[in-house]
Design a protein around this ligand. Structure first.
Ligand code: GRF
Length: 312
């Protein structure tokens, strides 16, 4: 139930608690103030009292909730929430809202992206944080209206307990835990992705090969990051520290990252971007992994932004 609310309101656990507290405190304040005001009138007719009380609390509720939301830091959420209710109950506001909504959609369409990850999720986190359409962060949305072109709408993971799931949870992003059989022998979750209106897929440390139905459903719309300079050190079994160990064993003097489109073969699709870093004779798989992570975090979000801003 709480999970559903978080996903629906696109908030993290802390914000959810604060929102529920605002509802409770705002409701109490509204009931208390309404009663006090009516007592001041000295009205004695019980039926009229009830009618006026209901009317008063209906009018007072938005004010009280907004007041309480200020110290609890939830003003932006409640402002949006109250406007939504207003649009639902007032035909005039609904027409205005519809007009606004239509303009917003035409000028400022938000592309929904899904990140597929099975690990710690540091790349996923950076992409979420730097995404200009980070709808889960009101401030950024308001500041970056002109840039609001895409948002991370879903995290897909094949590993229960993976760090990336916690990152998604904290950002209030829905997650989809996938099953091997349905992924490789079923519909590869195409229907599920369509249900979430996903238009672009970013692989960030996802170890399963992408099956054909998914590639066909998202032609040139799936990209991957590989922690080495492809075409070297790619392919089956080349993941995580194994890549860095192979680079060091081959006495390479440089390594780097490769961002590429995904096709039916491992680490094979057309290259989009590469960045390099030196490999030192003292480097271990661990230290090289750190250098590579820095490169990934600096470039992957920018490359994604570049592809999506120019229309995917
Ligand atoms: C990255 O090094 C990426 O290149 C590789 O898997 C790693 C994922 O790291 N495909 P993280 O889970 O994003 O921290």
């Amino acid at each position: 139930m709480l999970k559903k609310l978080k996903a629906r309101w696109k908030v993290n656990s802390i914000n959810l608690v604060l929102i529920i507290a605002t509802f409770a405190l705002g409701g109490s304040l509204c009931g208390y103030t309404g009663r006090k005001i009516l007592l001041l009138t000295g009205l004695e007719n019980e039926a009229l009292w009830i009618v006026l009380y209901l009317l008063l609390i209906t009018l007072l509720w938005p004010v009280c909730v907004l007041l309480i939301s200020l110290p609890l830091g939830q003003f932006a959420f409640f402002k949006k929430y109250i406007l939504k209710i207003r649009r639902r109950i007032s035909p005039l506001a609904a027409v205005k809202g519809a007009d606004l909504g239509e303009k917003k959609n035409n000028n400022d369409q938000v592309t929904q992206i899904a990140i597929f990850a099975s690990g710690a999720g540091s790349n996923a986190e950076k992409i979420i944080q730097t995404c200009p359409g980070f709808l889960h962060n009101e401030k950024k949305t308001e500041e970056g209206t002109a840039l609001k072109k895409y948002t991370v709408a879903l995290i897909v993971c094949n590993k229960p307990g993976a760090g990336v799931l916690k990152i998604a949870d904290n950002a209030g992003i829905p997650t989809l835990l996938i099953d091997k059989d349905r992924f490789f022998n079923g519909d590869s979750y195409v229907a599920e992705l369509q249900k979430h209106k996903i238009e672009f897929i970013v692989l960030a440390g996802f170890l399963w090969k992408i099956p054909e139905p998914l590639i066909q459903a998202f032609p040139k719309k799936i990209i991957n990051i590989h922690p080495a300079l492809l075409p070297k050190f790619g392919g089956l079994g080349m993941y995580g520290h194994k890549v860095h160990e192979a680079v060091i064993a081959a006495k390479e003097t440089e390594s780097g990252i490769s961002i590429h489109y995904v096709d039916e073969l491992y680490d094979h699709g057309a290259l989009i971007f590469q960045a390099k870093c030196p490999v030192d004779f003292r480097d271990t798989a661990e230290t090289l992994a750190q250098k590579i992570h820095l490169l990934e975090h600096a470039h992957y979000p920018k490359v994604i932004a570049g592809i999506l801003q120019n229309g995917c």
